[in-house]
Design a protein around this ligand. Structure first.
Ligand code: PLP
Length: 389
């Protein structure tokens, strides 16, 4: 059933056979990406055939990595609403501001997409124990999908992770270890123990399949817009999986004749207290230095060092996009502003896109008549302990 041809290193191009458990490239230590026979996929993945398919991300079955349908672990992820933000748009003088509302996913964030794909592949490849570091939503999603698959999940989370994330993981059967440190310290703990414990590491971009789930964001945007792409996409960026995935999806769709060569300008939004990609973008670097003393209430953005940094930065530059940082005060105020104008209780990460839009309008890097998609990546309700009463 699968159209996967091989795995390919995103940095050095080394090629690996499909159907084997793999983490990073064994030649250069960078992320592996899944490649497909897109000519074959395009024979059945057509605009018309999609009209009658299931309303979740597995509707794009031909470009998903699982071989046997029986291994798909799904809780209904994807096919989330693309909302016209009329009142928020009006307040900014913009007519075509859209919000892709990823808070409607299982476990209330877009991490569900990545984990549905990764856990499905883990099941297909016979994995019994999965481990990951997480600053919040990735843990919740992994716990849920692992539970559904009957696979054990071992999660390592910083002590300042929102309480809801920790509670939900425990309630969905994961083994949770809380660490006094950052997400990078949690990652180091997984790396140190995984061989002895027999864990498969599903850290962001350290295995090839979470990107495949997140890339469906790109397919969905195009399909929901009638097979075209917006002018600008604002993406709250931590590890960057969704941005990298969308950029991959656009190329796949073009190869299959589903869209043309036009690309949106991709904009990375980060918190001022943890903005490694913004710094690297501004100084013209292809790799980002680790951001010292990373701190922000937007826990999904608290990623001081992203292994896919060069893929994010390449996509921003190739698209003519940019990277901007906003303060915690700004992004927290934006939660309430979006809430009052649109009736959406968004995650602080998604809210960060609003002050970013204002900044780009001011700098003349965004026009008011452009079609802009703001990604609300999660649900505000998970963050009540950092929002006061
Ligand atoms: C993980 C997360 C992000 C960052 O996503 P990446 O793809 O890792 O950049 C943004 N928002 C929320 C709510 C998240 O959970």
């Amino acid at each position: 059933m699968t159209n996967v041809t091989h795995l390919e290193c995103a940095a050095c191009g080394a090629i690996y056979p499909a159907g084997q458990l793999r983490n990073l490239c064994t030649v250069c230590g960078k992320p592996l990406l899944v490649r497909y026979d897109l000519a074959r996929a395009s024979a059945t993945l057509t605009r018309e055939s999609l009209a009658t398919r299931r309303a979740d991300m597995w509707r794009y079955r031909e470009v998903m990595p699982v071989d046997d349908d029986a291994n798909i672990v799904s809780l209904g992820e994807g096919w989330t609403p693309l909302l016209h933000a009329r009142r928020l748009g009006t307040s900014l003088g913009m007519e075509r501001l859209l919000i892709k509302d990823e808070s409607l996913n299982p476990t209330q964030s877009f991490k569900a997409r990545g984990m549905s794909a990764a856990v499905s592949m883990a099941r297909e490849l016979g994995v019994r124990k999965l481990a990951a570091p997480s600053a919040g939503n990735a843990a919740g999603a992994l716990a849920a999908y692992a539970a559904s698959a009957g696979i054990d999940a071992y999660l390592f989370m910083p002590r300042d992770t929102p309480r809801a994330n920790i509670v939900e993981c425990r309630q969905t059967g994961a083994r949770v270890t809380v660490i006094d440190g950052l997400i990078t310290d949690c990652g180091a703990e997984v790396a140190r123990r995984k061989d002895a414990e027999g864990w498969f590491d599903v850290s962001t971009l350290k295995e090839p399949y979470r990107v495949e789930g997140k890339k469906t964001l790109g397919y969905e945007l195009a399909e929901q817009l009638g097979w075209r792409l917006p002018d600008v996409i604002l993406y709250p960026t931590g590890g960057g999986t969704g941005l990298i995935g969308m950029w991959k999806a656009f190329d796949e769709m073009e190869s299959m004749g589903l869209i043309g060569s036009k690309r949106p300008r991709m904009v990375t939004v980060q918190a001022a207290g943890c903005a490694p990609i913004v710094r690297a973008f501004e100084s013209g670097m292809r790799h980002a230095d680790e951001f010292a003393n990373a701190a922000t209430v937007a826990s999904g953005l608290r990623v001081p060092k992203a292994i896919g940094d060069f893929l994010i930065l390449d996509a921003l530059r190739a698209s003519g996009g940019t990277a901007v940082a906003v303060t915690d005060d700004e992004l927290l105020a934006a939660v309430g502003e979006i809430g009052r104008l649109e009736g959406l209780f968004v995650a602080p990460e998604g809210a960060a896109c609003l002050p970013a839009i204002r900044m780009l309008l001011e700098r003349g890097e965004l026009e008011r008549d452009e079609e802009v998609v703001l990604f609300n990546t999660g649900a505000g309700i998970k963050y009540v302990d950092v929002m006061g009463k």
